[in-house]
Write a new protein. Structure first.
Length: 200
């Protein structure tokens, strides 16, 4: 069989696939292109902004908590006090009880501190006091500061994800309304009154 009778044609391959792809692109609506562009922007912001925002917020919360830790540690100290009366009760919940101690200046001070039930009168307990000699709570620890940093960082990451999802959902809703309006207008030209019949 000669070349003229060959069922296979020579030369470069057909560009039919490329033409079909270009035709599909030309049929793509402006709203579709905007939606795709908007989704890509949100993805970039999510990939870049999520770790940045979470780490920044977490570190800021940690540093703020550590400043509180340092201030409270400098302003508070522990003293040994004595219970003025027994603490009644059989459970494990601490209860306020009156205690007495002598400060560095030799003055006798009293105050209320949380003590375990069942502690006898006169028992020694360790209590935290501030610079004025008043009973205070224990200073915040570094563990609290670390936990605060992780919590704020996690909440910030969740907020970024939720915000991105809400923005994409809102964009889709606006574009869908616009598409439905365009479809109504286009079909009204083809078959007047079709929309009213469809919505009955």
């Amino acid at each position: 069989m000669d070349a003229h009778g060959s069922p296979y044609t020579s030369g470069p391959p057909s560009r039919r696939g490329g033409d079909a792809s270009e035709g599909a692109k030309s049929l793509r609506r402006a709203s579709d292109r905007f939606e795709r562009w908007f989704s890509r922007v949100l993805l970039v912001l999510l990939v870049v902004g999520l770790p940045t925002a979470a780490i920044s917020a977490g570190l800021a919360a940690y540093e703020a908590s550590m400043r509180t830790v340092r201030v409270q540690a400098a302003e508070r100290h522990q003293v040994t006090a004595r219970l003025t009366s027994a603490v009644e009760g059989g459970d494990w919940t601490k209860r306020p009880a009156q205690v007495r101690w002598t400060d560095a200046d030799g003055r006798v001070r009293t105050g209320a501190a949380l003590v375990k039930p069942g502690t006898a009168a006169g028992a020694a307990v360790r209590v935290w006091v501030d610079r004025e000699g008043n009973v205070a709570t224990a200073p915040t620890s570094t563990l609290n500061a670390t936990s605060s940093g992780w919590l704020i960082g996690g909440l910030t990451a969740f907020g970024v994800v939720a915000g991105s999802g809400a923005a994409r959902a809102g964009m889709r809703r606006v574009l869908d309304r616009r598409r439905y309006a365009q479809w109504d207008a286009e079909w009204a030209l083809v078959e007047p009154g079709w929309s009213a019949r469809f919505r009955r």
